[in-house]
Design a protein around this ligand. Sequence first.
Ligand SMILES: C[S@@+](CC[C@H](N)C(=O)[O-])C[C@H]1O[C@@H](n2cnc3c(N)ncnc32)[C@H](O)[C@@H]1O
Length: 239
Amino acid sequence: MWCVSLQRRPLHTSWGLMKKLTGKSPAEQRWLQRQLKDPYVKASHAQHFRCRSAFKLLEIDDKFRLLQPGCSVVDCGAAPGAWSQVAVQRVNSGGTDPALPHGTVVGIDLLNIPLLDGAHFLSSHDVTDPVTHAKLLELLPGGRAHVILSDMAPNASGFREMDHEKLVTMCLSLIDMAERVLQPGGSLVCKYWDGILAHKLQEKLSSVFGKVQTLKPNASRKESAERYFLARMYRKAAE
Ligand SMILES: C[S@@+](CC[C@H](N)C(=O)[O-])C[C@H]1O[C@@H](n2cnc3c(N)ncnc32)[C@H](O)[C@@H]1O
C-alpha cells in the first residue's frame, strides 16, 4: 500500500529526493515527486500521523461527529494505523483526558499494524473471516461497536472494473460484520471505488441504515475514483 511505503521513505529535502529518484522507474519517480508536493503528506509528518489518510477521517469526523469520547470503534483495513490514531484521540481510548469517558478502538488488517497506545490490533486477520468477528465480539465492550470504519482496499490489479467489484464485495461483507457487532443507531464509514456497482452497494446499505450519503473528502485525491459511504442510524435487517 502506498501509505505503508511512505512511512518507510521519509522525504525531507530535495537533495534527499534526488538521491531517492536515482535508479527509480518513471512511475516511482512521479509518485515520489507527488508525495513531496502534497500538503497532506507534509502535515501528516508534522502531526505524527502514520499516513496522509488520517486527514480524510479527520475531515469526515469534523463534519459528522461520529467519534465521541467513550465510543467503541472498529477500524477495518487499519494498517499502518493513521485512522486508528484519529479514532484513539477522538474516543479517548488512550485515556488522555481522564475527565472524559474512555472509548475502545479495535483495528483489523491482513498486514501487521504497528502497536499504538489506546488501540487493540488484530494484525494478520481478514475482516471477512468469522474467526475475526468472534475475536471482535470479545474485544468490544458488551460485544457492541458504535462505529465501523473501513478504509480497506484490495491490492489494485490495474483493471479498474475488477478492482471496483472486489472492493464493493469487501464493503458488502461489512454489512455481515455490522449484523454481528454494530449497535442499533450505529454508523459505518466505508471506502469504495466509484463504478457501476456503487448504486447496488448504496441500496444494500440503505436497506439496513436510515441514512446513506456519499462523501469525497478534500484529502482524497481529485483524480482518484475513491469515495466513501457514510451510513448512519443502523437498524438490523428484518429476520
Ligand atoms: C489504504 S490502507 C488503509 C490505511 C489506514 N486507513 C490508515 O489510515 O492507516 C488499506 C488496507 O486494507 C487492508 N485490507 C485489504 N483487504 C483486507 C481484508 N480482507 N481484511 C483486512 N484488511 C484488509 C490492506 O492490507 C491495507 O492495509
